[in-house]
Design a protein around this ligand. Structure first.
Ligand code: SF4
Length: 501
């Protein structure tokens, strides 16, 4: 489908909104107007002086007021629909964009029968919008008017975002200008999951790279520690992610964690997390090593407890291995465990997802994160495979929210991703006082995150003027190893950002 844009610059936003209605369909944005007589489906948004015009030539996907005879829509001829609005005197561009978005949302809802839960909001961080409006002094009724009344956000998503913002607010206000978090990337996994689009190398092919990778990673950490000590920055959270950090052996983990404790001042640290995502990589020895080196929070991720679904998504472990890894972590003294789930996995069912929730809630982890399945073009999973779950996913996500909050865990961070089923969200839930701080801080553009390792993306943030800069490491481990001199040289940007270059 083509989206023609003329007289304004809202193409990107409008394309993203249209995408929430057409899962997996490619929508191409073109500047200009459609030719007369064009036969295919298209959307056209024209700003002509004060006149906002939205023209669509589409087939109806459902029966609705606009499309009374939509049955068997694929065989129908597209019909042309015109909607109009007018710019008010002095409307700023943002207001015009919202007027176009409201027209588009109304039209596509009627056409497809869908009412995306986040209304016209398309950004990945809706909670940031709530926090900003709260900082602007809006109380709950005013927030309600803004988000439900004007942005078409559903009551459930409004409440979810508001609850999350209320928990995030005091945790964000603890941060100061010189605080930062450290992200350590271990981009290796035992096998590749079907839905994965990360730069993760399955261990079979990449095992031989690990020793050289670790050598470089330790050098990069030591370099970074020297810089941050010069700059007087204070380390608040450490996060080992990837990939699966527990793909490393206990000795390798110990070496890495020793490098961190020898190089950095950890006296101001609030949180230390190691992802132990795949249970088939977890051993008592590794857990003991992680715990004794100061990490207190880990993530053991079932995604699902359904054996057939686990096989379908290429995770070569069983639910029994998951339970065993979880019990081992408890025995080794971890008192903050997160478990990730995914709603909408191929071949999963409502009953299967409920059983997974039963099993996870029985374990009573401190944190549960519920992701909505996201389809990326770089993953093995295809859009047609995922489309089968579209009707189920909203019910799954809503059931998860109800049951997890009833068990005493509250939503504390939330983000959305392009390509997720029904444009739904990913939500982290936590027992009060066990919120994963790194997860909140990485979402906020006022906190510096320094990343080491392949695929690491450093984000430098200055609160005083809102400046943000990013520094990227090479994506793949072999590039990172071979071009390490460049990785080192790029560290200068941190000094420059903080004014010591
Ligand atoms: S465990 Fe995570 S990073 Fe590794 S293959 Fe699976 S989804 Fe990708």
């Amino acid at each position: 489908m083509t989206f023609y844009i003329k007289g304004h610059r809202f193409g990107y936003e409008l394309q993203r909104l249209a995408q929430t209605f057409f899962f997996g369909e490619k929508i191409e944005v073109i500047e200009g107007a459609p030719d007369d007589g064009v036969e295919r489906e298209y959307l056209y948004a024209l700003l002509d002086g004060q006149r906002l015009l939205l023209r669509a030539r589409l087939r109806a996907r459902v029966q609705s007021g606009l499309f009374a005879d939509a049955a068997g829509w694929e065989d129908k001829k597209p019909v042309v629909i015109l909607l109009e609005d007018r710019a008010g005197p002095g409307d700023p561009p943002k207001q015009l964009e919202h007027k176009f978005a409201a027209l588009l949302y109304g039209l596509l809802s009627q056409l497809t029968g869908l009412t995306p839960q986040w209304g016209v909001l398309t950004g990945i961080r809706p909670v940031r919008l709530f926090l900003t409006q709260m900082e602007n002094g809006l109380d709950e009724p005013a927030l309600r008017r803004h988000f439900i009344g004007e942005r078409q956000v559903s009551e459930e998503r409004f409440q979810l975002a508001l609850d999350t913002a209320r928990i995030e607010r005091p945790l964000l206000s603890r941060l100061s200008e010189r605080d930062f978090s450290l992200y350590v990337s271990i981009p290796f996994c035992p096998t590749r999951c079907a839905y994965c689009s990360f730069v993760s190398h399955s261990i079979g092919r990449a095992a031989k790279l690990i020793p050289a990778y670790l050598d470089r990673l330790c050098e990069e950490l030591a370099d970074l520690a020297r810089i941050i000590s010069e700059l007087g920055l204070r380390l608040r959270t450490v996060y080992f992610g990837g990939g699966t950090p527990t793909t490393l052996t206990a000795e390798q983990l110990a070496r890495l964690m020793d490098t961190i404790s020898d190089s950095f001042d950890l006296s101001g640290l609030w949180e230390y997390t190691v992802e132990a995502g795949r249970p088939d990589t977890v051993t008592a020895e590794k857990l003991r090593t992680i715990r004794s080196h100061g990490a207190h929070r880990i993530s053991i991720n079932p995604q699902t407890l359904e054996e057939g679904v686990l096989r379908e998504i290429g995770r070569r472990h069983t639910s029994a291995q998951l339970l065993e890894a979880y019990q081992m972590a408890r025995s080794e003294g971890f008192d903050s465990i997160n478990m990730d789930l995914i709603a909408g996995l191929p071949t999963d069912t409502r009953e299967g997802f409920s059983r997974t929730l039963d099993g996870v809630l029985r374990l009573a982890p401190e944190n549960i994160t519920v992701h909505t399945l996201t389809v990326k073009r770089a993953a093995d999973l295809t859009f047609p495979q995922a489309r089968a779950e579209l009707d189920l996913v909203c019910g799954m996500v809503d059931e998860a929210r109800q049951r997890i909050t009833s068990a005493g865990l509250n939503p504390y961070y939330l983000y959305r991703q392009a390509g997720s089923l029904s444009s739904l969200e990913n939500v982290g839930y936590a027992k009060p006082g066990t919120e994963g701080l790194y997860n909140i801080y990485i979402m906020d553009d006022s906190h510096t995150v320094l990343a080491v390792g392949a695929g690491g993306a450093t984000k430098l943030c200055r609160r005083s003027d809102g400046r943000i800069e990013r520094v990227f490491n090479y994506k793949y481990p072999y590039e990172y190893i071979e071009r390490f001199d460049t990785v080192r040289a790029r560290k200068e940007k941190i000094r420059q950002f903080y004014g010591r270059g």
